[in-house]
Design a protein around this ligand. Structure first.
Ligand SMILES: [Zn+2]
Ligand SMILES: [Zn+2]
Length: 435
């Protein structure tokens, strides 16, 4: 069907605004707004009608005049108070939506945004009926035009950029409810932490008795330990970002009673719904370290993209541990050194008994790269072990009733106890974790 015939078919459906008429042919020209397309079509049709009328054929003019009051007024070049049946004159009230959005956006710091629209069932239905009855194949959906037009207006008002990939804020128009909502993207901060004292878990540990509600056992704190690495960072981050919450993502974790030394363990903080997304991280670092009072120390804070969370979590990093060992029987230095050498191999480790209730029972293979004697006395020894992440180091020493092989107790022929276990290095790499 020819373009003008299709346009007449659309006009015959009822009064329609320039935006909505033009949008049905959106994909047939570039560099124009739908409003310009619609207005041009109406003008051409009116001129064509008059031309034919003057040549003695009044049929087109009659047809246009019968379409609707609006179509008739095009011919008379007068305004109309008929509402567009497709959009209900939505495009006349764009500014109302823009003002609603600006009011909400005002309190946030952002560089980029994107407009999204939830079209009410009725509007979407109107449009689909029109496409079906008028055989329309070059249209653009209503919400695309709306998102773009409101986006342009917000851009003009605020000077902020539209971003389709990763907007700082999504402005959601709910047409049915007449509401605007914001979806504020999280801000992500990468860093490394050291844990300088024992007895602190990495993240908040809810009291198992009351599940965090507060009871006698937890002294109504709802938690098992007074603080955690996560909690020691939280307040200064909330204070500076104005966020509603902070989620801690660590590159693995050390035991509660293990120190985390060396260059520290990588982590990413996810700040939810931040009011501010640019703040001084050197100042934040100082404040966290001041408040953590030598329990925990953070360093290298920097803003990163969301992908860094996954990257940190799957980081298959080598770990370096310092272990203080106690031997049941007296062991010679030669024998210990020889046994440590034999430990530097592929270790077959069945899921340890102590975590078997929460992890799948299977055999994993992890490599010990080095096991080095640092210091030895009558009671025991201090060693450094460098190994692949995912190896349970306590079981590497004890043997876990034969579930880890080889193990140091077996190699030495005596029971060996781990008195202290500290992480002194995490080498953050970008390899995928294996099982
Ligand atoms: Zn309309
Ligand atoms: Zn409790």
């Amino acid at each position: 069907m020819n373009l003008l015939d299709t346009a007449i078919r659309v006009l015959e459906e009822g009064p329609i605004c320039d935006h909505c008429l033009g949008r049905q042919f959106a994909k047939l020209s570039t560099g124009l707004t739908n409003k310009e397309r619609g207005s041009a079509l109406k003008t051409v049709l009116a001129m064509l009608g008059y031309q034919k009328f003057k040549e003695g054929d009044p049929s087109l003019l009659q047809k246009l005049a019968s379409c609707s009051q609006q179509a008739r007024t095009i011919l008379n070049a007068k305004g109309t108070d008929e509402k567009c049946w497709l959009c209900n004159d939505l495009f006349k009230s764009l500014d109302v939506w823009v003002q609603r959005a600006l009011k909400l956006l005002k309190k946030y710091q952002y560089d980029t945004f994107l407009v999204g629209t939830k079209v009410s069932g009725l509007l979407a239905e109107n449009e689909e009926i029109l496409w079906a009855t008028s055989n329309i194949i070059h249209a653009e959906p209503l919400k695309s035009e709306l998102n773009r037009e409101i986006g342009k207006l917000i851009q003009e008002e605020t000077g902020k950029e539209v971003n389709f990939e990763r907007p700082d804020i999504i402005v959601l128009l709910d047409l049915a409810e007449g509401k605007v909502e914001l979806q504020v993207s999280s801000v992500f901060i990468y860093g490394r932490y050291k844990k300088l004292i024992r007895g602190i878990p990495q993240t908040r540990w809810p009291c198992p008795l009351c599940q965090g509600d507060g009871c006698e056992r937890c002294n109504y704190t709802g938690k098992l330990y007074p603080t955690s690495v996560e909690e020691l960072m939280k307040d200064p981050v909330i204070e500076r970002s104005g966020g509603t919450d902070v989620v801690f993502h660590g590159a693995g974790r050390e035991d509660i009673d293990a120190l985390m030394l060396g260059t520290g363990r990588p982590f990413v903080l996810e700040v939810k719904e931040p009011l501010h997304r640019h703040f001084d991280l050197i100042d934040l670092e100082k404040e966290i370290n001041r408040l953590a009072k030598s329990k925990v120390e953070v360093r290298e804070l920097r803003f990163v993209e969301k992908d860094m969370v996954e990257e940190v979590k799957i980081a298959d990093a080598d770990k370096v541990y310092r272990l203080r060992l106690i031997f049941k029987d007296t062991i010679s230095e030669e024998k210990l050194k020889a046994s440590l050498d034999k430990l530097c191999t592929n270790i077959k480790q069945r899921t340890p008994l102590r975590v078997a209730h929460r992890r799948a029972d299977k055999v994993r293979t992890r490599t010990v790269h080095s096991a080095e004697l640092i210091d030895m006395d009558v009671k025991g020894a201090t060693i450094h072990v460098r190994c692949e992440s995912g190896l349970y180091v306590k079981e590497l020493i004890s043997g876990d009733e034969g579930r880890t092989k080889p193990n140091l107790s077996e190699l030495l022929g005596t029971e060996v106890q781990v008195r202290e276990l500290d992480v002194i290095g995490v080498k953050h790499a970008r390899r995928k974790k294996k099982n």
